[in-house]
Structures are given as C-alpha cells and as structure tokens.
Design a protein around this ligand. Structure first.
Ligand code: ADP
Ligand code: MG
Length: 683
C-alpha cells in the first residue's frame, strides 16, 4: 500500500480530492492563504474599523430580529465597551448557547473583523467559543487554509498536523548550497508555515517574503524546472538527421531578397543552423514581435534541410495565413528550383491527391494548415517541421507533426514560432523545455503606428477619415468586435458591419473576411485586398495573425475594450508595414470598466510587444500565456514570476545539477510536488 496515501472516510476523501489533496505530501504542501492572530486579546473600545481582532467578552443580551431580515444578535461586552455579534445564518442551538453564556456569565473568546456600524461596533459571523477562566491564548498565528464546502479549517488543521509528522520531509538540496542562499531546510520551512512559532514576523509571513516562503517557492520552481528539463533531455536522446550547415541554397535565397537581413535575423538564423547540424532534434522557439521578419528566418532553415536532401514542412494555424506563407515562400524558393506543395483542408479531392503525391515524392517544402498532420499525409523524408504561431496549436498537434518524420525514421527538427512575445521570466519557467531565440530588432524603415483611443460616439469622424485616406490610395482594415461565446455571432456581426459600412462608405470598395466564408471566397478577398482592389476590408479576428499588406495603413478596431492586450497588439501589427504613416483607431464603448481602461491605456502607451506582454502577465497571470501548453503542467501556486524572478535562475541550475548528480533526489522532489500529474508530462 502507498504509505503516502491519506487514510480517511470516503466522504472526507472526496472533499479533500476537491482541493487536490490525495496524499500526505499534498497536505504538507497545502499552505495557508493567510494567518489570523489569536495570540492576543484586544479591547473593544480601541478596536480599529475593518481589522481582524480577538476579544474576551460576556453576553449581555440575546435576541432574534426579523427586520431587515431574520438574524441573531448578541450584545457582548468587555471591560472597555460593548459591541454586537450578528449572525444572518444560525442554528437554534446557537441561540441556546448564547443564552446559556448570558445566564451563567460564561466568558467567550470571539474572533472576527470589527465594523463600526450604525449602532456602534459589531462583528458579522465571528468565530467564537466559550473558555475557562485563565485559558491560555494560542501561542502561534492561526493558519487559514483554502477550504471547500463541508471541510472545515479545524479538520484541515488536524489532517495537516498529522501529515507533517508522517510524510517524507527529506530535503533534496545539499546543506552548503541551501545555507548559502538563506533557505531553511524543507521540513523546517513547512512546519513554520503551518504553525508559525511565537515571534515569527507576521508581515513576512503574510507578504510571503519570509525565508520559509522563499524556500517553498524555490522548491516549486525547482519542480517545474525538473519536469521540463527532464522532458527536454529525454528528447535530446532521440536521434535526428544531422543537417550540414547552410550552403549555396541559403546564400542564393539571401542574395535574391530585396532587403538585407537584420543583425537579429542573422544571429537567430545561425543559432538554428547550428541546431540543425546536431544529431538530436532541435526544439527551438523563435519569438519575435509582429513584423520582426520570422518568415525569412524559417525559409533559411528550410533551405538548409532541403539542400541536405530532406523535406521541410511549414504549418500555420489559419488558412489565410498559410496561404500567404505559401505565396511568399513560392516567390522566394521556386526561382531557386525548390518545389513547394500546398495542402489545406479546403482542397478539392483531385488537388489534394496531387498534393499528397507531391509530399510523398517530389516536393521539398510542404506548406499548409492542420491538414498537414492528418491521416494519409506521408512525407518522403521530413527533416524539419516549422510551426508558425505555435501557441495556436495544442501540444498534441505539434507532436503529431513530429511523428510525420516517417515510420521508423528519426523525428524531424522542430522550429516553433510565436509573435506573442513571452516575457523573459515566463520563457525561463514555463518554457524551460525549449531553447528560445529572440528576434529583438525590427527591419529598418518601418513607420511607427500611431494609436488613437476614440469613443464609439465619434464613429462618424472615423468613417470620414477612412474616406479621405482611400482617396489617397491607402487601404484600411475594419475589425469587428470580438464575441467570445460564439463564432457564429461574430460572423453575423461582421456581415452586418459590412452591409452598414458599404452604405456609409458608398463609392468605396468594401470587402469582407470572416471565419465562415468558403476558403476560395476568403482567398479571393485577400488576393483582391493585396492587389489594392479593395479599399476597406471588414474582418473578424481571422486577420489577427500573419496577414501582411504593406499598403494598408489604417486600422479601426471596434469595441476594442473587449480584446485582450496581446490580441490588440497583434491586430495593430497588421499596419505600419509600409512607408506611409499608419494609424490604429481603437473605438471603445462607454462606460469603460477599470480593467478595460487599464488595458487600453497600456496598448496606447506601448508599442513594444515584450513590454505589453510583461504588463499582460502582470494583469492576467501566466495562465493565459501557457493555456495551449496544458499537458497537465500545473500552474505555479506559490511562486510569482514577477516577485520571485530571482529564484528562477538558481532553480534551473539546481535542476540541471540534480538531474545529473542525484536523479533519485530529483525523482522524489517531482513526486512530492507533482504527484500523479507528472505522468502526464511525459507525453
Ligand atoms: P513576422 O515576424 O510578423 O512573421 P514577417 O516574416 O511576415 O514578420 O515579415 C514582415 C515583413 O517584413 C515582410 O514583408 C517581410 O518580407 C519583411 N522583412 C523581413 N525581413 C526584413 C528585413 N531584414 N528588411 C526589410 N524587410 C524585411
Ligand atoms: Mg509571421
């Protein structure tokens, strides 16, 4: 039997499970949300409004009132003054309890938050219990745990205290290293946090800056690093095609470009080129802000694979984007004699058959959507898989592309790209299983986008601006409101907006692109927009990623307050790609919520995607960023990527060291923190 399993009646087990508590080690790591100070007795007369306090009182009067609603009110007093205890939900037994205390002049100890109400001081739903004369006060702060219905603090405290004496509290860190960083031993840290001894500084406990908290946060980050680094190392043990460094094909591609590469592009291309030459699969994430020029870097990687006799696959999350890539890659590579195949879900069966045959035989580069990873798609000799906008794909889909290396063949190298910049601390923690390259430089000659915040009430002026711009041969995007719940509703809104704008902008050519259009229609619309045959493109967020039309220099986003920060940044990145000064008008509906106001202010005041991402992380936490990485990877419970950023690097170092020198310690630590979830991470 598992010695770490909690033994309890089934009903209690079920409630513990709700909190994710199945093992004694889970209880040990179920740490207090906060603490209450029952180590001293306060005086009613001097109690501060809104603060938790403890009093020792006698009961003067007990009554049940019916107005404004049924409630039990007990008037109580200490030597300094009187106050009311108010209970809106109560049992008959509680009335009797207070009456008995009144009649027998028993002392009660009450704990709760004091409010200075209409009739003087009061407490609503305080904790209380009768005490004996001279009963000692509690010696340590009282922990308050995350709880759930039917599971009281008292039961949790009892179970946790038991677990602390039964569970394995061994320490994976060696003493010298631990001391050097001022960390207490693990056992000492958890004991202190569950029952802080008298004299423990309360502020450091509540703010979680106490060394015991720091130790726990470090351990949590260590577990995260261990599991991700282990996955990374085990993938490194797989074989992969060794692809000779870039040669003539890459040079010819570079030579044919109308621009020269930025220093950042050259640096990142070299990093990728080195990876491809290794005998194990590359697992690299290429991040770069919108417009930083990731596509050409990917194309250069593809050239290296192609020249070495392998195929490359390039997968993008939407058909509009994949098509644009295909168009661009064909223009770059076909003149160099590279056969590029196109594979998408919308293809008619004859075209699809031809594309499948190309992939299996002659094509050197295959570009497409999810269609690339479907059954029946076989590659002749896949050496490199490129995934654009990787966060749009699930883990399973990326694994699927890796499997396309061919039966029994070595897995291909993987290059993942993302235009949603990931803040450094996040990349170092949640993305520790990848190597990360950053394109931190935009190609020269971009004109910065001016952002305007405009109330919906001034929509008319915006429309006039568009008319004026169109008169000068410029093009505009009009992005329809995001409707989270329903793609269908969103498309309907787009259709209605298109109809309305066609009227309001009569004489201009207004196009429409949304997710429910047939693929050919969408492609035809995009082609017309690229060719300048459409003045205003009304669109849903289908244009959020990748779309690249340099002549479009105006963007209007309706109901901008509904969008997330990174989404607004991505959308705004669609303009500012040409020589004209670009404007992004964010139309908002009043009144604005405080959160929406803050988001719009950030997007208004910042153009750097990394800074915006950092603010986004601060506002919304890491969940939003790592959403599609969920492969059972739990979010951090205690460590905070901002306040505890200094712990990430040492956690990473220690993880490498434990995996190398003390794998048994590493295993134990992972089991303690991740338990059964760890199994999922091996996928
Ligand atoms: P993203 O990183 O957003 O995917 P793209 O690869 O679509 O960016 O590049 C944006 C635009 O910049 C494209 O039109 C591309 O051809 C162009 N571009 C890329 N690199 C450079 C460069 N070094 N100099 C000038 N233009 C470039
Ligand atoms: Mg791109």
């Amino acid at each position: 039997m598992d010695a770490d399993a909690i033994q309890a009646p089934a009903a209690l087990m079920a409630r513990l499970k709700k909190l994710g508590l199945a093992r004694k080690s889970d209880l040990v790591l179920h740490l207090p949300l906060r603490y209450e100070d029952e180590t001293r007795v306060d005086r009613i007369a001097t109690a501060a409004d809104g603060c938790p306090a403890q009093f020792e009182v006698t009961v003067l009067e007990v009554s049940v009132l019916f107005r404004p609603r049924r409630q039990l009110v007990a008037r109580v007093a200490d030597e300094s003054g009187e106050m009311a205890l108010r209970f809106l939900n109560f049992y008959a037994s509680q009335i009797r309890q207070f009456e008995r205390a009144r009649d027998e002049r028993l002392k009660l100890r009450v704990f709760g938050e004091v409010r200075q109400g209409f009739l003087g001081a009061e407490m609503v739903h305080p904790r209380y219990r009768p005490i004996r004369e001279g009963e000692p006060l509690s010696e340590s702060l009282t922990p308050v745990y995350p709880a759930t219905a039917g599971l009281s603090q008292a039961i949790l405290r009892k179970r946790i205290a038991a677990a602390l004496s039964e569970a394995d509290l061994s320490d994976p860190l060696d003493e010298a290293w631990r001391r050097a960083r001022g960390f207490p031993p693990f056992g000492e840290a958890v004991r202190l946090l569950h029952a802080p001894p008298p004299g423990t500084p309360e502020d450091a406990l509540q703010s979680r800056g106490h060394p015991a908290w720091r130790r726990i946060k470090f351990d949590e980050l260590l577990a995260q690093q261990l599991s991700l680094r282990r996955a990374y190392l085990s993938r490194r043990r797989l074989g992969a095609p060794r692809i000779a460094p870039a040669g003539a094909l890459s040079r010819r591609l570079i030579g044919s470009l109308p621009f020269s590469l930025t220093a950042a592009q050259r640096r990142v291309a070299a990093e990728i080129s080195r990876d491809l030459a290794q005998p194990y699969p590359m697992q690299r994430l290429l991040q770069g802000d919108v417009g930083s020029g990731k596509t050409i870097v990917a194309a250069l990687a593809a050239c290296q694979a192609i020249e070495a006799g392998y195929q490359a696959a390039f997968m993008a999350p939407t058909e509009i984007l994949a098509e644009q890539h295909c168009f661009k890659l064909r223009a770059w590579l076909e003149p160099l004699g590279v056969e590029v195949a196109w594979l998408a879900g919308s293809q008619k069966s004859a075209a699809r058959r031809a594309a499948l045959k190309q992939a299996a035989e002659t094509a050197r580069l295959v570009v497409g959507t999810h269609a690339l990873i479907q059954e029946g798609v076989d590659f002749a000799r896949l050496g490199l898989a490129i995934v654009d906008e990787q966060h749009r794909f699930g883990v399973a889909q990326r694994l699927e592309l890796r499997r396309k290396g061919g039966r029994g063949a070595e897995p291909p190298h993987q290059l993942m790209m993302s235009a949603t910049p990931i803040p450094r601390t996040l990349a170092m923690s949640y993305y520790a299983d990848l190597d990360v390259s950053v394109l931190d430089e935009l190609p020269p000659g971009r004109s910065p986008v001016r952002t305007r915040l405009i109330s919906e009430a001034r929509r008319g002026e915006v429309i006039e601006r568009i008319r004026g711009a169109a008169g000068e041969g410029r093009q505009a995007y009009w992005v329809c409101p995001l409707i989270e719940e329903s793609e269908k509703l969103q498309c309907r809104t787009a259709i209605e907006t298109h109809a309305a704008l066609s009227q309001e902008l009569s004489g201009l050519r207004v196009g429409l692109a949304h997710g429910r259009l047939k693929a050919e229609e969408k492609a035809a619309t995009m082609a017309a927009f690229v060719a300048g045959e459409i003045d205003v493109l009304v669109a849903t967020t289908v244009i959020e990623v990748g779309v690249d039309v340099p002549n479009a220099s105006l963007m209007v986003i309706e109901h901008a307050e509904r969008f997330g920060l990174s989404q607004l940044h991505q959308l705004r990145g669609r303009v500012g790609r040409g020589r004209d000064a670009s404007v992004c008008a964010l139309l908002y509906q009043t009144p604005l919520s405080a959160a929406a106001r803050e988001r719009l202010k950030i997007i208004f005041g910042n153009t750097d995607g990394f800074e915006i991402a950092r603010q986004d992380l601060r506002l919304r936490g890491p969940g939003e960023f790592v959403g599609s990485r969920q492969s059972g990877l739990p979010l951090l419970r205690y460590a905070d990527l901002e306040t505890d950023a200094d712990l990430i690097e040492p956690a990473r170092e220690m993880a490498e060291r434990l995996l190398r020198e003390a794998p048994a310690h590493a295993e134990r630590h992972l089991a303690r923190w991740l338990g059964r979830r760890e199994e999922l991470l091996k996928a």
